[in-house]
Design a protein around this ligand. Structure first.
Ligand code: ZN
Length: 656
């Protein structure tokens, strides 16, 4: 484990402000996914503040819930009355919900985030700085038959090793009892089997570096004992696999209660694991740490040939697990698996949205490594299921999940937008991600979005093979397609029919008409498995009101319009809606350069400003206006509308 401490990175503030140092070294821990993953781990520092009466008060600045160590800042460490926390630690019993109430009462600032569930434990440790991680290497060793002995040999008497217990108040009590007779100055850290590791010191750097030292020892041990080798394989998915993913997403989403994202990971490591003879059995033994159950459930699914049967088999397993460990106060959560082994091909992840999908993917990746390391050390031994259940159904964790349950309109939906590099296409991408969708953005040109919800794919949509390849990539990344915005187009230079060149005509027909048919044709099998599937074709004012000199454009767009009408007729019985929008005079698109705009305005004897707003409403239009209409047409508001043609042109006299 790399020691990332660098004195030069610390601001001068760090000399006088213990919280600034705390932020710095917490982010160093957060930078290593092998130490903490997605909200895992927590840190604290003790200090003194003046309260409102001007009296010195000892406080614990402890990680607040909702903050991630990777990105935490000073407001993520709310000052909390230290003596109050220590007094709570003296109680013989405290329920979880009462503890959370008391933690809020201990805050000096009532608007601060709720202190971590481990705040009382941090308060009981007498050192100024306390670092806690869920280091993979340490937890992996503890998840093996001889884990405790190995860690005891490795760390000697400087590290206290404690058996697994639920996080929260009971863990704080366990540590308090185990350390009652301990000389803290002789102790470098505490290992919590199957959970993680604490280090502490009055000096921030020493506390951090002790963490790195202890974790490195565990990593070295794993490397020495042959655990460094991971299975690897190369896999290419087939058309049948993409069909499987698309149907899996449909069935799983139905049981989840709405659209979800499905990703198939065929990296060399994921494929290698899936090729192991006992891959499913290994993945079903249990997770790396119990807090992973909240995001990824307690075990994996097995995926192979029939998605419906595979989901049913998982549902049965999950229901048995629930019935065995639940009591009257529990209500069963959804039965959708979060990850599973796709036999011989890789791993499949599922989640409600892109952020959760990333969390599941990371958890799965770390777990597969840990499982194989654990196998090399005598056998992967996760916690018993009743302990996993206790964390998965812990009221505090369930409350956290529920607080983020309001779904955005397009959350879990996958949109495909062509011609996405600029203008209307780009505006549609932005509008759709704002509404919660993930977007597969196609363009022949380079695209820059800088948003993790966009998958940009360079694609010439006039070429059927390139469309197939792009769809394959989209299916692997998101599991399906629900929405299509068929937008790619060009505006050939103006020419009367008499002198129209073949090339100009053919290019316009190929891009403005035929490419839309090719994209639609390839998307239909996946749209049939989509959630409220819907297509919007970007037409043109030229369809109802053609212009002289624009035969190549107007004819291709008229053909495209007829394609949209036929598609609406053909696809209605599958619940797929197809509507068109006819924009006009959208001057922030690539075809309208300043030069063209000036020329056209001069042609009509108008100022550029008047020319821009030359419509019934006298309104200037831009790409975002079109995107708003497109997004509305794709939404529930238009769920009973198909075959419609909607103008977005400020009102055009020739059309009206
Ligand atoms: Zn922990």
């Amino acid at each position: 484990m790399k020691n990332r401490w660098n004195r030069k990175e610390l601001s001068e503030l760090a000399d006088v402000d213990p919280v600034a140092v705390r932020v710095y070294s917490s982010q160093l821990l957060g930078a290593e996914s092998d130490l903490v993953l997605h909200g895992g781990g927590n840190t604290s520092v003790k200090g003194v503040v003046d309260d409102v009466f001007g009296e010195k008060t000892d406080v614990l600045y402890v990680k607040g819930s909702g903050w991630d160590l990777r990105t935490i800042e000073a407001p993520g460490f709310p000052p909390t009355r230290l003596s109050y926390l220590q007094q709570l630690g003296q109680l013989s019993q405290l329920s979880d919900s009462e503890m959370m109430r008391q933690l809020r009462l201990a805050l000096l600032d009532p608007s601060g985030p709720t202190p971590s569930v481990e705040a009382i434990l941090h308060a009981l440790i007498p050192h100024t700085y306390v670092d806690h991680s869920h280091a993979d290497a340490v937890v992996t060793i503890s998840n093996t038959p001889k884990g405790k002995e190995i860690l005891t040999d490795l760390y000697g008497s400087e590290v206290l090793i404690l058996p697994y217990i639920m996080p929260g108040f009971v863990l704080a009590k366990q540590v308090a009892e185990a350390t009652a007779a301990v000389d803290w100055s002789q102790l470098k850290g505490i290992v919590l089997l199957h959970h993680g590791i604490f280090t502490f010191h009055d000096d921030a750097q020493t506390s951090y570096e002790t963490m790195i030292e202890l974790v490195s020892k565990a990593e070295d041990y794993l490397a020495r004992h042959g655990a460094a080798q991971l299975a690897q394989a190369d896999v290419t998915l087939s058309a049948a696999d993409f069909d499987y993913l698309s149907r899996l997403r449909k069935f799983a989403g139905e049981s989840f209660g709405g659209p979800i994202l499905v990703r198939c990971d065929t990296s060399r490591e994921a494929a290698g694991f899936a090729r192991l003879e006992n891959a499913v059995e290994l993945a079903q033994r249990g997770p790396l740490t119990p807090d992973h159950t909240i995001h990824a459930k307690a075990f994996a699914a097995a995926f192979d040939v029939d998605p419906q049967q595979d989901l049913e088999a998982f549902r049965q397993l999950y229901q048995d697990y629930f019935q065995q460990h639940s009591s009257a106060e529990h209500q069963m959560l959804d039965t959708m698996p979060r990850y599973g082994v796709f036999k011989d091909r890789g791993m499949i992840y599922m989640a409600a949205n892109q952020k959760r999908l990333g969390i599941v993917a990371d958890i799965s990746t770390h777990t597969l490594t840990a499982i194989q390391h654990g196998e090399a050390l005598g056998g992967w031994t996760a916690l018993p299921q009743q302990d996993l259940f206790a964390v998965e159904y812990w009221e505090l964790e369930q409350a956290k999940l529920k607080s983020g349950n309001q779904r955005a309109e397009f959350e879990g939906k996958v949109a495909l937008v062509s011609g996405a590099a600029s203008g209307i296409g780009k505006a549609c991408v932005e509008s759709l991600i704002t509404a919660g969708a993930v977007v597969v953005a196609l363009d022949i040109k380079e695209m820059v979005f800088g948003h993790s919800s966009v998958l940009p794919i360079n694609c010439d949509v006039t070429q059927a093979d390139q469309i197939q390849a792009a769809l394959a990539q989209a299916l692997q990344e998101f599991g399906g397609i629900d929405l299509v915005v068929s937008n790619a187009g060009c505006f050939p230079s103006s020419s009367p029919i008499e002198s129209l060149e073949d090339e100009s005509w053919e290019q316009s027909v190929a891009l403005n008409m035929s490419s839309h048919m090719k994209l639609l044709r390839a998307s239909i099998p996946f749209l049939k498995n989509g959630f409220d599937p819907s297509v919007v074709i970007i037409g043109s004012k030229n369809v109802p009101a053609p212009g002289p000199g624009a035969a190549a454009y107007s004819v291709a767009k008229a053909g495209l319009n007829q394609l949209a009408r036929v598609a609406a007729l053909e696809l209605g019985s599958f619940g797929i809606r197809v509507n068109s929008v006819h924009p006009n005079a959208i001057y922030d698109t690539a075809i309208w350069t300043d030069e063209v705009l000036t020329q056209r305005a001069a042609h009509y004897g108008m100022s550029v400003e008047d020319y821009r707003a030359a419509n019934v409403l006298g309104a200037e239009l831009n790409s975002a206006d079109v995107a708003a209409v497109v997004t509305s047409l794709l939404s529930q508001a238009f769920s009973k509308t198909t075959g419609a043609q909607v103008a977005i042109d400020g009102g055009n006299e020739r059309v009206i």
